[in-house]
Design a protein around this ligand. Structure first.
Ligand SMILES: C[S@@+](CC[C@H](N)C(=O)[O-])C[C@H]1O[C@@H](n2cnc3c(N)ncnc32)[C@H](O)[C@@H]1O
Length: 266
């Protein structure tokens, strides 16, 4: 999927990029999915560990595992949340036996999977009958303010390339109908949808811009593909799109959520 390999960046660059929203989003996803004390849970595409940490707080580190194909992110997650079992692996080939978990969750990952049908089927396979499979993805096309403004600015500066890379257009599995299709294809039952709007603070525009020239995420990759002049134009266009300056501000971001239950046999 577009951009899956842009998460080999240092974890602190990710923290300053969309990682700022991770903790609030994790709290929403856990509540929406219905994760309860006493469960054992898997975080698929754990990244540096926003959801892993929230799961570990609720369930205890010994009851939480995570996987991510990015070595620097898996390493950061392991370091930040000692006691959890974190493997370098992809959703499409989860290194766990059938029925290993009560819940398998993923936060902002389904659209980056190379084969989302297989990835969600794997999440269902490693979850026991009656267990939960839940995910959330950004509303790239609408109310994820940072990324929406970024791609609008990119299209201003590089009309063809910016429009062609716009995550609101190229990302699959970021609309309710597509997520329903994916969850039902994995034979999940009781499929439910939701949406969360979370907020993140910035000290000023430069704080928001600072992770982008590291190349993190598809937006960062686009940023470093530009020459210095175009990158400066993108910087100014993004600042204009967001209508912010050097003073502190907050942005909101909306995510779509889906959850289903692994059917009992017979
Ligand atoms: C936007 S980040 C989300 C990270 C973390 N879940 C969070 O909420 O901060 C997307 C993550 O998906 C991971 N990823 C990409 N392809 C994947 C795949 N096929 N299976 C599992 N994770 C994948 C990336 O390495 C990255 O850590």
């Amino acid at each position: 999927m577009p951009g899956a390999d842009t998460f080999r960046a240092p974890a602190d660059a990710y923290d300053r990029f969309v990682g700022r929203y991770g903790r609030a989003l994790a709290a929403e996803l856990i509540a929406f999915a219905g994760v309860e004390r006493g469960m054992r849970a898997l975080d698929v595409g754990c990244g540096p560990g926003a959801l892993t940490a929230a799961l570990a707080e609720r369930l205890g580190t010994a009851n939480v595992c995570g996987v991510d194909p990015s070595e620097p992110f898996a390493e950061a997650c392991r370091r930040r949340i000692p006691g959890t079992e974190i493997a370098v692996a992809s959703a499409e080939a989860l290194p766990f036996r059938d029925d290993s978990f009560d819940a398998a969750l993923s936060q902002l990952v389904v659209n980056f999977m190379a084969d989302a049908e297989t990835g969600v089927r794997e999440m269902a396979r490693v979850t026991r009958a009656g267990g939960l499979v839940a995910s959330c993805v950004w509303d790239y096309a609408g109310e994820m303010t940072l990324l929406r403004a970024f791609w609008d600015a990119a299209a201003e500066v590089e009309p063809e390339r910016g429009a062609a890379a716009d995550e609101g257009v190229v990302m699959r599995w970021c609309r309710e109908g597509e997520l329903a299709e994916l969850w039902r294809a994995a034979r999940l039952g009781d499929v439910r949808f939701g949406s969360f709007t979370v907020r993140a603070p910035y000290t000023g525009f430069e704080d928001l811009w600072s992770p982008l020239p590291t190349g993190v995420g598809p937006a960062g990759a686009f940023c470093i593909s530009l020459d210095d002049e175009r990158r400066a134009a993108l910087h100014d266009a993004l600042r204009r799109q967001l209508d912010v300056g050097d003073e502190p501000f907050e942005l909101t971001a909306r995510a779509w959520a889906v959850a289903g239950t692994v059917p009992r046999q017979g």
